[in-house]
Design a protein around this ligand. Structure first.
Ligand code: PMP
Length: 444
């Protein structure tokens, strides 16, 4: 009997014992194609020798040195490499151990920045509905995923939530894409004015929404308008690229596609590619200097920040991406996957939307394509689909519909950047079989 407290108490899970390229292998020797990189993590597959060697070498040299006393060579080198390849004015890197820690750090940095700047009245954070920013209490407070929040609602920090940019479900048919984008971006301004312009510290958003909606990019012009509004009201723009960053969408930083500058960016998942737990928060020199010239230090920290083995892994991962031009390949392989998904599902009676960017894609499953009506959430379709896909030998990440009836179940795909066209074709075949089996059992 397993004594591990699993994510879902009722789940009995296969035991993973090995990784081989894009595949995971369980104790019985069954191979699973990792079609979602876990949850958009394993971008280099599971057996990248350069990353493994970097981890071994660093562990043999130096496993740990506390950041109150020391910096380390891999942390410095990784920070330099990220900054050299980051867009805009991102000039400082703060390492953490994962996505939630990165978002917590961003929220606290935004607050401390305004305190040091002499604007302590700025305390509000605005986020979006149907977003996910992590499971620790601050990050969960920012997130707008109703199901993940509801049991904890009484102990969450109060934050505002405006509309996401989710045109498939929320755009009026009479409205063109641009008008829709401006309308939902303008909700940010309305909320800033409602709270009081000088009281808002930051707006946080995922450039491509991941876990809650499933690979939803914004419409053209949306983020430009968001940036303008932030500038007009002195509000910081925090972009959460924990899931969509690090090459996943065909850009090293997902917001490069929007042509805007961020004040703070959160990354994680793809940075360690699953080889080590690592995340990072990047910010501008202006924010860093304001804090430095104020208290002298960022009043935050965790024992394992800047961990030498984790940063050595991150460094090897980013070098692997850059040296092999993987980010551009994500664009090409993403286009191939998009076409394969279109060919298979464009006429499927229950696939309402196929969307995404690069190798970050999803399928929204609906009862009725014309009305976009989702299936009843009590059918727990996404969970059943995940199980059927595992039986087929495919790992794909399920997302449940929301109870407001606006958003259906979805399946998120985030295969490794090294997946071949043949493997992507096989992914689509396995997924199609899993969808058809699940639907034929669930709906009669
Ligand atoms: N932000 C986003 C956008 C995420 O997708 C996630 C994880 N799915 C997190 C934050 C939290 O990251 P972690 O699970 O590493 O704490």
């Amino acid at each position: 009997m397993s004594h591990v407290f699993p994510r879902h108490c009722h789940a009995s899970l296969p035991t993973a014992v090995a990784g081989d390229g894009c595949y995971l292998i369980d104790k019985d020797g069954k191979r699973y194609f990792d079609g979602s990189g876990g949850a958009a993590v394993s971008c280099l597959g599971h057996s990248n020798q350069n990353v493994i060697n970097a981890i071994k070498e660093q562990a043999e040299k130096l496993a740990f040195a506390h950041t109150s006393f020391f910096t380390s060579e891999p942390a410095e080198e990784l920070a330099d490499l990220l900054i050299a390849n980051a867009p805009g004015d991102l000039d400082r890197v703060y390492f953490v151990s994962g996505g939630s820690e990165s978002v917590e750090s961003a929220i606290k940095l935004a607050r401390q920045y305004f305190v040091e700047k002499g604007e302590p009245q700025r305390r509000h954070l605005i986020a979006r509905r149907q977003s996910y920013h992590g499971n620790t209490l601050g990050a969960l407070s920012a997130g707008g995923n109703v199901l993940r929040r509801e049991k904890f609602a009484p102990i969450l920090v109060e934050m505002s939530h405006i509309a996401p940019c989710y045109e498939y479900a929320e755009r009026d048919s009479a409205e063109d894409l641009e008008a829709y984008g401006q309308r939902v971006a303008n909700e940010l301004e309305a909320e800033i004015l409602r709270l009081g312009s000088g009281t808002v510290m930051a707006f946080i958003a995922e450039p491509v929404v991941g876990a809650t909606l499933g690979a939803v990019p914004s419409v053209p012009g949306y983020f430009k308008r968001v940036r303008e509004i932030c500038d007009e009201h002195g509000v910081l723009l925090i972009l959460d690229e924990v899931m969509c960053g690090m090459g996943r969408t065909g850009y090293l930083f997902a917001h490069e596609a929007e042509g805007i500058k961020a004040d703070i960016v959160c990354i994680a998942k793809g940075l360690g590619a699953g080889y080590q737990p690592i995340g990072a928060m990047l910010c501008t020199d202006h924010i860093y200097n304001t804090v430095k010239e104020g208290s002298g230090f960022f009043q935050h920290g965790h024992t394992y920040i800047g961990h030498p083995v984790a940063t050595a892994a991150g460094l090897a991962v980013v070098k692997e991406m850059l040296n092999n031009d993987l980010v551009n390949q994500v664009k090409q392989r993403g286009a191939f996957l998009e076409q394969a998904l279109q060919a298979k599902f464009a006429d499927h009676p229950h696939i309402g939307d196929l969307r995404g960017r690069g190798l970050f894609r999803s399928l929204e499953i609906v009862e009725n394509r014309d009305s976009k009506k989702p299936f009843d959430p009590s059918l727990a379709l996404a969970g059943k689909l995940k199980k059927a896909a595992l039986e087929e030998g495919l790992v794909c990440y399920p997302g449940s519909g929301t109870r407001d009836g606006k958003h259906g179940d979805h399946i998120l795909l985030a295969p490794p950047f090294i997946a071949s066209e043949a493997q992507l074709t096989e992914l689509v075949e396995m997924l199609s079989r899993a969808i058809d089996k699940t639907l034929s059992k669930t709906i009669r």
